[in-house]
Each structure stands twice: as C-alpha cells, then as structure tokens.
Design a protein around this ligand. Structure first.
Ligand code: AVJ
Ligand code: FE
Length: 396
C-alpha cells in the first residue's frame, strides 16, 4: 500500500468514526425526539444531522467533486447564518428515513470523490493540501456532536450510549483531585486548590504555525507581549462555586436545583444527580465566570495568557470544561479568511468571547492549545467553566 492510499484510508476511517459517534448519540431517540424543539436557542437534532450532511455535500461533493447537490435548493435550509437557531424548528427540513438516506448518500459520494483526488502536501489547491477540506469536515462533525450534546441535556431519560464520546469517556468530568493528585478544598475562595502557576512576562508566540490543520482564526502564529501573570492550576470547582453562591447569593449554574438539606443537585437529562465538589463547575455564562473571578480577587485570563500558560499547565486536557477568557473574538494580525468568510470572520468583534481548552464532550483530535472557541456572553448551555488569573502586579 502506498503512503498516499494509507493517508486516504486514515481519512476515510476518521470520517467513519465521526459518523459512528453522531449515530451513537441519537441511537436512543425516536423520530419525535429528533424533531422536537427543546429550546429556542438550540437546534432540533434533525437540523444538526441534515446540516452535518449538507456541509459535507457542499465542500466534498459540490466544491471538490464538482457534482450537483442531491436535493437542489434544500441545502439553504441548513445554512447556519441564514437560519438562526430559533427558526430551525419551523423549517421544512429532511426527517426520518429521508434524513438518514441523505447522510448515507452524501457520505458515499464524498468517499467516491476522495478516491479520485490528490491530497498530498504538494497539492496545488489549498483546500486539498494536507487534506485540509477533509480535516475541516471531520472537525465540523465533531463540533456538531458537542452541540447535539448540549441539546441532549434537555432530553428526559436520555442516557449517553457507552462509547458515544471519544475513547469511551463516560460523559462524567474526571475528578480533579484524582487528576492532579492533590486535594481540592471545595470551600476555598481561590477557585480550586488555590495553587497558581507563574508565567514570565515578555514575548510569547500565539496561534497555529503554517502547515497541518487549524482553522483560519488560529493563524497566523504571531508574537504577543505579556506582563507577568499567575494562573490557577485547575479550573474552578463546583465546591468553590457553591462557596461563592453562599457568600454572595449568586444564581446557581444552569441545571442546578436546590435539594433540601443536601444542597444542590444537577438536573440535566431529567435526572437529579448529586454534584461532586471536586469537579470543575460548568454551565456558567461569561458574566457569571467574570463575576466569580472578581469575587475571588482575580480575573479571567486573556486568551493569549491562556495559550502562553498552556505548556506549564499541560493544557488542553480531555475531559474538562471549556474555559471562558476575557478576550473578544478578534482577527489575529495578518488574518486571512479560509476557506470561507462565514467560518470565523463574520463573528469577529465584541459580540462573542473566546473560550479555550475543550470539554468532556470535545473530540480528542480537536484539542490543541491554539484552538479558539467562541460564544455569546450570556450562553450557559455550553460545557463551559473558568480558570482564574491575576497580574503579578496585583493592582492590574
Ligand atoms: C466554533 C462552536 C462557535 O457552532 O457556531 C459549527 C462551530 N462552525 N459549524 C458554531 C461551527 C460551523 C462554531 N463554534
Ligand atoms: Fe456547522
């Protein structure tokens, strides 16, 4: 077997693995659950499924394969920008058997196209060089799997099928005390064990180097000047968040409910489960994360600080939470949109804050220190918590 056919086989296998994960996630659901609008700010699952297939058709079948779409203009219904989430339940999208056939037919065509193209590092088309467009499609399906999991939190009685999340993680966030080998004092006001890591000021290099897969918004790699700072060794825990709520009367995170004397329970998927004080807090908005950090006498890190600290902290680690930063989603100096403006460029500005790292629902292949996620400041559905920082000169 040649190196070229091996790399094509590897791509085909990773496409298949992403699809198994998608189908595993919806396996316990019936057609009504796939189509139900559980929340105006989250898509019905059937929309995500059709959108996954449509994005694949658009890039691999239409753009690369130069073939006609299977359903004519229907693809427009799956355009995320034209169809905001609150409208997606009303659209005449594909459902049930037709939807499954669309996923399968597009995948078969995409694999046929892959057979006939050149994806080496010397490919002339930047979309094909190092298999860029295939990497993008795989990452896209992974990202929508995470969005689907946000919705699945609302489905009563849903149980995550074994192996539905990468490497068979259970969907539980691993215990931080176990992970770091030191006790986390849940009542500490410092947001975790209180242990912080010092990072030198000066020039730090941020972003993804040329070559290999990364999104346009991670490039170009560039130097930033940072003042010296400290950053928490671990994300803020549930225990620390409870202490904060008790002292300030702050609202609990999304899905938390009072449970008499036993404190708080987590109510996602229609179950009431106890909250582990040693796990990172999740389902807090940017505003809540920012308020917690101030209460702790600290602040959220900038995304550049987070990335500069990532080697010291061994980040990103699978199984944790996305971490809010204080940074707006802005273009890096010298940014070039690729392969389309709507991936990142249309979101640049002060409407979105950057999240770094990755959550227990993020595919391991997508974890890299330069990855930039973003969301609205009020969003709580995402699997996001925080880690605090502070300037070495405490007045900043
Ligand atoms: C990077 C998670 C904000 O969901 O809007 C999915 C990812 N882009 N399809 C989003 C994405 C196109 C994006 N986020
Ligand atoms: Fe998408």
């Amino acid at each position: 077997m040649t190196a070229k056919s091996r790399s094509k086989d590897a791509i085909a296998e990773r496409l298949a693995e992403a699809r198994r994960r998608t189908l595993d996630l919806i396996e316990p659901l019936d057609v009504e659950q796939l189509n139900r609008v559980y929340s105006p700010i989250l898509s019905p699952l059937a929309w995500d499924l059709g959108h996954i297939a449509n994005f694949e058709e658009l890039w691999l079948v239409q753009t690369i394969g130069e073939r006609e779409p299977l359903h004519g203009d229907l693809g427009r219904l799956y355009d995320a920008i034209e169809n905001p989430r609150r409208m997606r339940g009303e659209l005449p999208i594909l459902r049930d058997a037709e939807l499954r056939a669309y996923l399968d037919d597009v995948r078969n065509r995409a694999l046929e196209v892959l057979d006939g193209i050149e994806i080496g590092s010397d490919a002339e088309d930047p979309l094909l060089r190092d298999g860029f467009v295939y990497e993008m499609l795989i990452a896209h399906e992974h990202q929508h799997n995470e969005t689907m999991l946000q919705l699945l939190m609302l489905v009563d009685g849903y149980e995550l099928p074994a192996g539905a999340i990468a490497d068979g993680a259970s969907g539980d966030v691993p215990s931080l005390s176990g992970q770091y080998g030191h006790r986390i004092d849940g009542t500490s006001a410092s947001g975790g064990a209180g242990e912080m890591v010092a990072v030198e000021g000066g020039t730090h290099w941020i972003g993804a180097a040329a070559g290999g897969f990364a999104y346009d918004n991670e490039r170009p790699r560039h130097a930033v000047e940072l003042e010296p700072f400290e950053i928490d060794r671990t994300p803020v825990t549930n225990g620390a968040y409870v202490a904060y709520m008790e002292e300030t009367g702050a609202e609990p995170p999304l899905y938390w409910e009072r449970d008499g004397e036993r404190g708080w329970v987590h109510t996602a998927m229609g179950r009431r489960e106890s909250i582990d004080p040693a796990q990172p807090v999740e389902h807090v908005s940017w505003h809540e994360a920012d308020a917690f950090a101030r209460w702790a006498g600290k602040r959220l890190p900038t995304e550049a600080e987070w990335e500069a600290a990532s080697p010291n902290l061994g980040l990103p680690i699978a199984g944790q939470v996305w971490e809010w930063t204080r940074s707006d989603l802005l273009a890096y100096p010298g940014f070039e949109a690729f392969p389309y403006r709507e991936y990142s460029e249309v979101f640049f500005g002060d409407t979105y804050k950057v999240l770094r790292g990755g959550s227990w629902a993020t595919h391991r292949d997508d974890l890299r220190p330069s990855f930039r996620n973003w969301d609205l400041l009020q969003r709580r559905q995402i699997f996001a918590g925080l880690r605090c920082a502070r300037s070495r000169d405490a007045s900043r």
